[in-house]
Design a protein around this ligand. Structure first.
Ligand code: SAM
Length: 155
């Protein structure tokens, strides 16, 4: 079976991760990430499980946990975010409610990832060659909702 697509570590590297973490610490969520979070909250975050595909440093997941989500899972193809993600989780005291999965492509290995109440993809669909496959896998994993953005629409 082919592995996950390669090149993501190079494209989304530790410099990119550090910049995202710096901006999140300084400004909180970006406007588009806030829209995603608010939409998820309108579906219902209290006690929910959240799966984020390509969630980077995990900023949306942190805010979802602060708003009552029971557990979050981040699935990423780039390993560059892990140090910043771990620091942010520790700072918030939320490490125990977050799972981080590396190198699994949900579109290629759907059975490797558990379903969740809410599935989130923020600025991810545009970075993946088979957007239909990815969104289809996301839909199969979301028990209540799939919330996603596409940068072409100002997000
Ligand atoms: C532009 S970055 C956005 C990161 C984060 N969502 C944010 O908005 O800060 C896109 C991310 O999606 C990840 N990605 C793309 N396709 C993916 C897939 N099939 N599974 C997991 N991660 C994926 C990439 O590794 C990259 O980190």
């Amino acid at each position: 079976m082919p592995g996950p697509p390669s090149g993501y570590d190079r494209e989304f590297d530790d410099r990119f991760a550090r910049r995202l973490a710096r901006e999140y610490r300084r400004d909180g969520l970006t406007a588009s990430a806030q829209l995603i979070l608010d939409f998820a909250a309108s579906v219902g975050l209290e006690g929910a499980s959240v799966l984020e595909i390509g969630g980077g440093i995990g900023d949306i997941q942190l805010e979802a946990l602060k708003r009552g989500a029971a557990h979050t899972t981040n699935v990423e193809l780039s390993s560059a975010y892990e140090p910043e993600a771990a620091r942010l989780l520790d700072e918030a005291g939320l490490r125990g409610r977050a799972t981080r999965v590396l190198g699994v492509d949900v579109a290629g290995e759907p059975e490797a990832v558990e379903p969740a109440d809410i599935v989130v993809l923020h600025r991810v669909v545009c970075c993946y060659p088979d957007y239909r496959g990815l969104l289809g896998a996301a839909a199969d994993h979301g028990r209540r909702a799939v919330v996603f953005s596409h940068p072409g629409h100002g997000l």
